[in-house]
Design a protein around this ligand. Structure first.
Ligand SMILES: *[C@@H]1O[C@H](CO)[C@@H](O)[C@H](O)[C@H]1NC(C)=O
Ligand SMILES: *[C@@H]1O[C@H](CO)[C@@H](O)[C@H](O)[C@H]1NC(C)=O
Ligand SMILES: *[C@@H]1O[C@H](CO)[C@@H](O)[C@H](O)[C@H]1NC(C)=O
Length: 364
């Protein structure tokens, strides 16, 4: 018994005073203080033939998971065509949602207006099946063309169920300028409402990278602190730059004064996986946007998972890749570097030493 106590004491003293290492955070249980959901934004329209009959529509839907004794920064995971990609790794293993709950970040899963659980639209729309499976394969950078995987790709290439899950768990994205405005307006209402706290980081992928930038432009508070866009498709530019607007993946042009909000964020990181050449137009957009953001005093960077992060074989959605624990470590490093990993002072005051308390969980 005494030996056990001594052993425990020495284990505790080894880690005392330093942040829990990555292995410790991966074996931590997920303990939630609470979870739930709410809608944000949208409008109420009247039936033209019977104005007393109304429809509340075009809002977004936010699901939240708040860990016990959470950090201060909320991570809003935003994909404009699937929330599933943030919930699990390609093979069904642990996804970003659980990884960052273990690391005690509040996690929010966002469906913008008209998609996912927010498809109560104010306008009529039609759906036409568009035979997208093979196109998905190449668009998500699993390989040059279906069914040829890139060598070394971080996807379980022999697992047919994984491919079936990836290509099925989707919803229509609505890649229109109107939808970019509608989704970012609702997201800005959510950000400004205070319900996500005063320190928000968007974890975006593909088309939601552009929507997250537009959300910053539309927000009237300083609650949004950073954006990490995995293969973000499309960027926002000031009307003073010699850049022509495009669709559906930008560029979006906004007044210079609004654009400057992007330069006030603590950081913006445009993350790219493998097989993306400097000539790739969407990569070029992120380079150009980062340069202009920094010109106005901002802190934006283009980050290659291979060259800068030492991770090879990354797909279009690296947070779901087979090495997503390493991709998550890079994100954790980014949050630390930008002072976004802290705890509210009240948490420390409440418990005396919350880190100490957590170590008990780690070793029990
Ligand atoms: C920010 O303020 C402007 C001007 O009052 C308003 O039009 C806009 O809707 C506000 N944005 C949000 C997200 O509430
Ligand atoms: C603006 O961009 C176009 C196309 O790249 C170029 O031809 C033109 O010279 C540029 N104008 C200025 C004022 O830089
Ligand atoms: C990983 O990618 C880097 C940069 O593209 C390359 O230099 C390196 O050889 C690759 N390593 C492996 C093991 O493929």
């Amino acid at each position: 018994m005494l030996a056990l106590i001594v052993l425990l004491a020495s284990l505790l003293s080894l880690t005392r005073g330093s942040a829990p290492n990555k292995r410790e955070s991966s074996i931590r249980p997920i303990i939630l203080e609470k979870s739930g959901g709410f809608v944000a934004g949208g409008k109420t329209i009247s039936n033209p033939r019977l104005p007393s009959m109304t429809l509340s529509c075009d809002h977004g839907y936010m699901e939240y998971f708040i860990p016990w004794k959470p950090r201060r920064t909320s991570l809003v995971m935003w994909h404009s065509a699937t929330t599933q990609a943030f919930q699990n790794r390609w093979d069904g293993g642990e996804g970003y949602k659980d990884m960052f709950l273990r690391r005690r970040y509040p996690v929010y899963l966002w469906d913008g207006p008209r998609v996912g659980r927010a498809n109560w639209a104010c306008d009529e729309y039609s759906y036409v099946p568009f035979y997208q499976d093979q196109g998905n394969f190449a668009a998500w950078n699993f390989g040059p063309s279906y069914p040829n995987f890139w060598p070394g790709v971080q996807f379980p290439t022999e697992d047919e169920e994984a491919w079936q899950q990836a290509t099925s768990s989707r919803y229509v994205e609505f890649d229109t300028t109107e939808n970019i405005h509608m989704q970012s307006q609702a997201a800005a209402v959510a950000a400004d409402s205070g319900r996500l706290g005063g320190s928000i980081v968007y974890i975006a992928n593909s088309a939601s990278g552009l929507r997250a930038q537009m959300t910053v432009v539309k927000s009237n508070t300083t609650n949004i602190k950073a954006i990490v866009a995995y293969e973000g498709y499309g960027c926002v530019f000031p009307d003073t730059a010699n850049i022509t607007a495009g669709s559906p993946f930008g560029p979006m042009i906004v007044p210079l004064e609004d654009f400057k909000k992007l330069a006030k964020l603590k950081a913006i990181q445009f993350v790219w996986g493998d097989h993306r050449d400097e000539s790739y137009p969407l990569l070029r957009q992120t380079r150009q946007a980062a340069q202009i953001i920094n010109q106005y005093g901002g802190n934006a960077e283009v980050f290659f998972l291979a060259k800068d992060g030492g991770l090879n074989g990354s797909t279009h959605s690296a947070f779901a890749d087979m090495d997503n624990d390493k991709v998550a470590d890079l994100l954790e490093g980014f949050l630390e570097k930008n002072g976004l990993d802290g705890y509210p002072t009240e948490t420390r005051d409440d418990s005396g030493n919350s880190d100490e308390e957590w170590r008990q969980w780690d070793y029990n």
